[in-house]
Design a binder for this molecule. Structure first.
Ligand code: DHB
Ligand code: FE
Length: 280
């Protein structure tokens, strides 16, 4: 049977992808960041998940605002990196796993989560930057990927609780897939950031740290935070953090935090990363 081996939370700041693509890792600005993610890359090399389910949001790249899917899943055999206005990133094509993706779609929908099914979609920095964070710049990505897309950019977004519940359903879908594969779930986005307006550059370290702590010990508390509170405390784009709750919902109640890294600034945001494993 499929086995969930870990949950990873990571921000997906596009500047990180640009730093990798343009070889800036050793510049003074980037050095502490890339040193901080090194243990995560070591972890990924050892853990070698066969499939990564990447929870992310499309930033009006594959979907325009003409179609706003609350939750969408990519079932295609491959996904091209999206052109976000400056040409697609020169990274490998993302290989999917149609059989597993259709199983997850069926399981979630019959479990009353009405997913939008994408037979074709491109994937933007929300998905490719986490891959660069975990795997650097390989010739081909060492895992298959199932994109699970969440609307966090256009009101009304799903609630934090709905995201956590979707994670629990996602776990049921993983556990019921009859193939011996190892699976990691990545929740991406965040941490505190606001990209525009008077509060642009907002960083709330206290909120982020509390979020990381509670993600391990008491995720239910994070599901009680309203949209307004996420927006107020973590910035207009900090609401991306609700996607980490899908990852957390897929994990057991008791988890061990294998690694944590928090770093400011990355672009004008706070970067956070956590690796969680179910307790034995
Ligand atoms: C930026 C964009 C994002 O989607 C994000 O999550 C963080 C930062 C940016 O444009 O800097
Ligand atoms: Fe984003």
């Amino acid at each position: 049977m499929a086995k969930l081996i870990a949950g990873v939370g990571t921000a997906h700041v596009p500047a990180i992808g640009a730093a990798v693509d343009h070889g800036k890792q050793n510049e003074a600005y980037w050095q502490p960041f890339f040193k901080g993610i090194e243990p995560a890359r070591e972890w990924a090399k050892k853990a070698k998940p066969d499939v990564c389910i990447i929870i992310y949001n499309d930033h009006a790249s594959a979907f325009s605002l003409e179609t706003i899917a609350t939750f969408a899943i990519g079932v295609a055999p491959e996904f091209e990196p999206a052109d976000e206005g400056y040409g697609p990133r020169q990274v490998p094509k993302v290989k999917g796993n149609s059989e597993f993706a259709w199983h997850i779609a069926e399981s979630l929908i019959l479990d009353e989560f009405d997913m939008t099914i994408c037979n074709e979609m491109s994937v933007d920095h929300g998905l490719t930057v986490p891959l660069s964070i975990m795997y650097d710049q390989p010739e081909t990505w060492p895992c298959e990927v199932i994109p699970l897309c969440v609307n966090v950019i256009q009101y009304p977004q799903p609630t934090a609780k709905r995201c956590h519940d979707l994670g629990k359903a996602l776990r049921r879908a993983i556990d019921s897939f009859d193939r011996d594969i190892s699976v990691a779930v990545l929740g991406t986005g965040g941490m505190s950031h606001q990209l525009q307006g008077e509060r642009a550059g907002l960083i709330n370290k206290e909120f982020d740290t509390d979020f990381l702590d509670k993600l391990v010990s008491s995720p239910e508390e994070l599901t009680k935070i309203s949209h307004t509170e996420y927006l107020r405390e973590s910035g207009s784009e900090g609401i991306e953090l609700i996607m980490w709750l899908i990852m957390r919902g897929a994990m057991n109640e008791a988890v061990d935090e294998k690694y944590r890294f928090y770093h400011v600034p990355v672009s004008n945001t706070a970067y956070g990363l956590t690796i969680l494993e179910d307790q034995e």
